[in-house]
Design a protein around this ligand. Structure first.
Ligand SMILES: Nc1ncnc2c1ncn2[C@@H]1O[C@H](COP(=O)(O)OP(=O)(O)OP(=O)(O)O)[C@@H](O)[C@H]1O
Ligand SMILES: [Mg+2]
Length: 240
């Protein structure tokens, strides 16, 4: 469904951040993308939501190629949960942040109201709806940002470090929430236990390339493979 073919990317200063990578994400699949700092994960994420358009290689979503004229449609189909929730919440009230996307699509006001209310209830944010984002805790912001994404009902959800800032209870809540979504999911994280709990497959990136790809439990239980990619076993396998 979402397909990356031979994608390469070099920053203007000459840093080669992606080196002809190919990845395919089936509809409804859940994939973790892991790798050391600087491996190229965020550069890849910035391509998936069209912030960077492919200059080398190509990306396609179904029959739709990633190019300027398809960008609106791609951004509607592929929702990104930003690493920093402050980049995603910018209105005066949480309610308005969640209403922003549907309103922008020109949806009927009454329908927007119903959708926003359902989403607020689903994510347990009803009591926070009148608050400005700056008055929320980091964890609350993460769920509000998630709500602004879900309300758009994207086909694919891309999450960049979704568990940073979450306490154990909210981390568990997020695990249950994402596992209950019938959507294609791509999760970038250093939290390998979260990847273990939420992703069927994993792709390990190294120096702009893909060094391994396969079933999560197989790859993430190989100490040797992880160490050769500057990673460690998930905590649950470390016996601590
Ligand atoms: N704007 C930029 N200009 C030049 N080089 C950049 C820029 N942004 C990132 N890079 C370089 O591209 C490479 C990949 O960076 P990227 O941010 O994609 O890594 P990452 O896997 O997301 O790392 P982290 O786990 O630390 O978030 C790194 O070598 C980084 O220094
Ligand atoms: Mg990054």
């Amino acid at each position: 469904m979402l397909s990356i073919e031979q994608l390469g990317f070099t920053y203007p200063d000459g840093t080669r951040a992606l080196d002809r990578i190919s990845l395919h994400f089936e509809e409804g699949s859940s994939t973790g993308i892991v790798g050391a700092n600087g491996a190229g994960k965020s550069t890849l994420v910035n391509h998936l939501n069209g912030y960077y358009l492919p200059v080398e290689g190509k990306i396609s979503m179904g029959n739709l190629d990633y190019c300027k004229k398809n960008l609106d449609r791609i951004r509607r189909d592929v929702g990104l949960l930003f690493q920093n929730s402050d980049d995603q919440l910018f209105m005066a009230r949480i309610y308005d942040d969640i209403a922003f996307g549907p309103e922008n699509l020109g949806m009927d006001k009454a329908l927007v109201g119903t959708l926003v209310e359902e989403t607020l209830l689903e994510l347990n944010l009803w009591h926070l709806r009148e608050k400005p984002p700056s008055h929320l805790s980091q964890g609350q912001k993460r769920f509000a940002a998630f709500a602004s994404l879900l309300v758009m009902d994207p086909k694919v959800i891309v999450m960049d470090e979704p568990t940073s800032d979450l306490d154990p209870g909210n981390r568990r809540k997020l695990i249950n929430l994402v596992n209950g979504l019938r959507k294609t999911r791509i999760t970038v994280s250093h939290d390998l236990d979260f990847i273990w709990d939420t992703c069927e497959r994993v792709c390990i990136m190294k120096e702009g390339g893909i060094s391994a790809e396969g079933p999560t439990k197989e790859l993430l239980s190989s100490r040797e493979l992880l160490e050769s990619n500057s990673l460690e076993l998930p905590l649950r396998l470390q016996g601590v």
